[in-house]
Design a protein around this ligand. Structure first.
Ligand SMILES: Cc1cc2nc3c(=O)[nH]c(=O)nc-3n(C[C@H](O)[C@H](O)[C@H](O)COP(=O)(O)OP(=O)(O)OC[C@H]3O[C@@H](n4cnc5c(N)ncnc54)[C@H](O)[C@@H]3O)c2cc1C
Ligand code: FES
Length: 256
């Protein structure tokens, strides 16, 4: 079992009304797309992508329940436990990329876009959110990519869902990376597979150990924590559960 390290919160940034970034006082060496298991003392341990991995280290978290809400109430100087990094991360390769992100999916994709930009690849980003306030990493992404935005309520960018925006940005790209709600990623993957375009999607499943021991994160016989969280289009196209079913904490299969 990977050793639990203690980190201190060095800085907190409010990214949107529901999403905050927490910077740690130490850098954790990780590949873009890898995740950690975060222990919030006295509450719970849960998986989170590393949202910044180059020189600084952060997580970017949406408050959705007890663990994430407790984290949102914490202050600079408070201590957290982390295990990892775990998982494979994105295969960054070469060539121009389209990055499609919705919700807090940008947390896993920001380090990938930064690394592609450092490697001299041209990156287009399709960024979607429910409304203008919830668009994540607009400033950072617009400095390192050609960013286009959309919102469900039309309050910023195009008035459409992000898959519609992405469909209009596919021409001329060599590959696609996506992270966000699974139904959204399923549409992106289907679009790419139809066109024969290489695509990678970062999946979420309920995780207990984060390192291949408990099988709580299973999808079609693979473990999201160890075989993923990033899967390629060729693998995703054969998965019956992708975009349709996930497992609850007891292991029962439930519809997404
Ligand atoms: C690989 C991976 C990377 C993730 N990266 C991020 C990220 O960068 N930012 C972010 O905001 N969220 C991320 N998540 C989701 C995050 O783990 C959940 O939002 C968090 O666990 C919720 O915990 P809670 O106690 O606040 O909510 P709860 O009330 O306990 O649960 C709310 C919902 O969160 C999900 N969840 C709860 N516990 C777990 C768990 N142990 N494993 C997986 N899902 C769980 C379930 O869908 C549940 O219905 C990631 C999940 C995975 C699997
Ligand atoms: S979380 Fe335990 S095997 Fe993946």
């Amino acid at each position: 079992m990977s050793k639990l390290k203690t980190v201190k919160i060095k800085e907190i940034k409010e990214e949107t009304p529901t999403i905050k970034s927490f910077y740690f006082d130490r850098v954790i060496k990780a590949r873009p797309g890898q995740f950690i298991m975060l222990w919030v003392p006295g509450v719970d341990e849960f998986p989170l992508a590393l949202s910044r991995t180059h020189r600084k280290c952060s997580i970017t978290v949406k408050a959705v329940g007890k663990g994430t809400e407790t984290l949102h109430s914490m202050d600079v100087g408070d201590r957290l436990g982390i295990r990892g990094p775990y998982g494979n991360g994105y295969d960054l390769g070469r060539g121009d990329a389209l990055v499609v992100m919705g919700g807090y999916g940008g947390a896993s994709l920001l380090p990938a876009v930064e690394a592609l930009n450092r490697d001299g690849c041209k990156v287009r980003v399709a960024l979607g959110a429910s409304c203008s306030d919830e668009l994540l990493f607009v400033d950072e992404m617009s400095k390192i990519s050609r960013l286009e935005q959309c919102t469900d309520d039309g309050s910023a960018g195009r008035h459409c869902v992000v898959t519609e925006l992405a469909a209009d940005m596919l021409d001329g790209v060599d590959r696609v990376l996506t992270c966000g709600p699974e139904k959204m990623m399923k549409k992106v993957v289907d679009m790419c597979v139809e066109r024969g375009l290489p695509v990678q999607a970062s999946l979420e499943r309920y995780m207990k150990c984060g390192m291949g021991l408990c099988d709580s994160c299973t999808i079609d016989g693979l473990q999201v924590c160890r075989d993923g969280p990033v899967f390629k289009g060729v693998e995703l196209a054969t998965m019956e559960e992708f975009g349709r079913f996930e497992r609850d904490p007891t292991g029962r299969r439930v519809s997404i």
